[in-house]
Write a protein that binds this ligand. Structure first.
Ligand code: ADP
Ligand code: MG
Length: 375
C-alpha cells in the first residue's frame, strides 16, 4: 500500500483551518433521515481536531441532485455544535471561515450544487482549497470517485487521512489479504450502472455470487421474462451471457405487488401488472444454505424495496449473518440503515460506511481518493 499521512501525524494545528471531507450522504425518505451511521462515524475525526483547537470546515455531498444539507445539519447538531453555511464557495463562505474561533465547526452546503465537484474541475478545487490550510479526507464512501473535494483538493493542500478512512482501509485490507473460502458475495440494491460491473469482477473472485434486489430484474428481463412494472434499467448490460457462470445465482422466487396485494411468485410467473418488490422465501433459504457453507460473506445492497415495507428478506438475511461464524462484511448506505435498525453492528465482523467504494477497494486494492493522499 502506498504511503499517506494520517490525522494523528498532524502537529501544531491550534488555530489552523482544516477542510474535512466527510460523507454525510445519508438516506432520506419523506423528509426524514433513515439512519445517521455515516454521521456518527465522522465524529471521532471532528472531535479530535476540535480538541486540538483547529478550525474545522466540513464539506459533504448529499444525493445526486444537490439537495440541501439542512436536515443533516439538524441531525449533526444533536452531536456537535456547528454553524451551517448555506453556500460552498464564495464571499460569504470566505467571510465565515476567516472569523472562525479555535475549535469551531462549520458545515458548508452540498458540494454537488456545483458542477465542478463531480467534474473534478481545477477552479472549483482551488476555491475549496482556498478556505483552509490543511485537508483531511474522512469520506471513505466517496473515495472511488475522482471528484474535486476528494481528489482535486488533496493535490493542493497538505493532506491527511481521517480516523474512519483509516479504519476502513485497515479492516478491508485484512479481508483482501486473508481471503477465506468459500467466499459468498451478496449483491442487491438498485444502482445498476455501478453494480453490474462488480458482478463481473466478483464472479472471478467469489465462490458464490447471489444477485437480488432490483438488479435481479435486469437479469430476468434480459433472459426474456416479463418484469411488469418492476424497477429495471433500460440499458442492456449483456447479462444473459453472465447467467451462464455456474457460480451466479438469481432469486428463485420473488414477492410481487399487484395493486394493493402482494404474493410470492416464480420469476417466470410475473405478469405485466406485477411489480417485483423483494426476493421470496425460497431464495432466502437458498442464501441461508450458502451462508452455512461460507467462511466469508460480503454484502452490499438491500434485497427488496425496504422503504415501502419490503425489507423482510433483507432483515432475515442480516439476522442470519449476525449469527454466522463466517467473517461478515456489510456495506452500503441503505444496507447499513437496516443494520442500524436491527442493532447488530457489533455482531458483524465489519460494517463499512461505503457501498461502491467498499467493493471497488476490495477488488482493486486502492481508490482514487486514497491515491490522491499519497505523495
Ligand atoms: P446501497 O445504498 O446499500 O449500496 P443501493 O443504493 O444500490 O444500495 O440500493 C438501495 C435501494 O434499492 C433502496 O432504495 C431499495 O428500495 C432499492 N431496491 C432494492 N430492491 C428493489 C426492488 N425489487 N424494487 C425497487 N427497489 C428496490
Ligand atoms: Mg443507496
Amino acid at each position: 500500500m502506498k504511503q499517506f499521512k494520517k490525522i494523528t501525524e498532524l502537529k501544531n494545528i491550534r488555530g489552523k483551518r482544516i477542510l474535512v471531507r466527510v460523507d454525510f450522504n445519508v438516506s432520506i425518505k419523506k423528509g426524514k433521515i433513515l439512519d445517521d451511521f455515516r454521521i456518527k462515524k465522522a465524529l471521532p475525526t471532528i472531535e479530535y481536531l476540535k480538541k486540538k483547537g483547529a478550525k474545522i470546515i466540513l464539506i459533504s455531498h448529499l444525493g445526486d441532485k444537490g439537495e440541501s444539507l439542512s436536515l443533516v445539519s439538524k441531525k449533526l447538531k444533536t452531536y456537535i455544535a456547528h454553524i451551517f453555511v448555506r453556500e460552498v464557495v464564495g464571499e460569504k463562505v470566505l467571510a465565515q471561515c476567516s472569523k472562525m474561533k479555535n475549535g469551531e465547526v462549520l458545515l458548508l452546503e452540498n458540494l454537488r450544487e456545483h458542477a465542478g465537484e463531480t467534474k473534478n474541475d481545477l477552479t472549483f478545487s482551488r476555491a475549496l482549497a482556498s478556505l483552509a490550510d490543511i485537508y483531511v479526507n474522512d469520506a471513505f464512501p466517496v473515495c472511488h470517485r475522482a471528484h474535486a473535494s476528494v481528489v482535486g483538493v488533496a493535490k493542493l493542500l497538505p493532506s491527511y487521512a481521517g480516523f474512519q478512512l483509516l479504519r476502513e482501509i485497515t479492516e478491508l485490507s485484512r479481508v483482501m489479504h486473508a481471503p477465506k473460502q468459500p467466499f459468498l458475495f451478496l449483491l442487491g440494491g438498485a444502482k445498476f450502472e455501478t453494480k453490474i460491473p462488480l458482478i463481473k469482477k466478483f464472479l472471478k473472485k467469489a465462490d458464490f455470487v447471489f444477485v437480488g434486489g432490483a438488479l435481479a430484474n435486469n437479469f430476468f428481463k434480459e433472459t426474456g421474462y416479463e418484469v411488469g412494472r418492476s424497477l429495471v434499467d433500460t440499458k442492456l448490460f449483456g447479462l444473459k451471457k453472465l447467467t451462464r457462470a455456474d457460480n451466479l445465482f438469481l432469486p428463485v422466487d420473488v414477492i410481487v405487488k399487484t395493486g394493493r396485494t402482494h404474493r410470492v411468485k416464480l420469476p417466470e410467473e410475473v405478469t405485466k401488472q406485477d411489480t417485483i418488490v423483494d426476493i421470496g422465501p425460497m431464495s432466502v433459504t437458498l442464501i441461508e444454505l450458502f451462508i452455512a457453507r461460507a467462511k466469508m460473506v460480503l454484502w452490499n445492497g438491500p434485497m427488496g424495496n425496504y422503504e415501502e415495507g419490503f425489507g423482510v428478506a433483507t432483515e432475515d438475511i442480516l439476522s442470519m449473518l449476525a449469527q454466522s461464524r463466517a467473517r461478515t462484511i456489510v456495506g452500503g448506505g441503505d444496507t447499513v440503515a437496516l443494520v442500524e435498525k436491527l442493532k447488530i453492528e457489533n455482531r458483524l465482523s465489519f460494517v463499512s460506511t461505503g457501498g461502491g467504494a467498499t467493493i471497488d477497494f476490495l477488488s482493486d486494492g486502492s481508490l482514487p481518493g486514497i491515491d490522491a493522499l499519497c505523495r
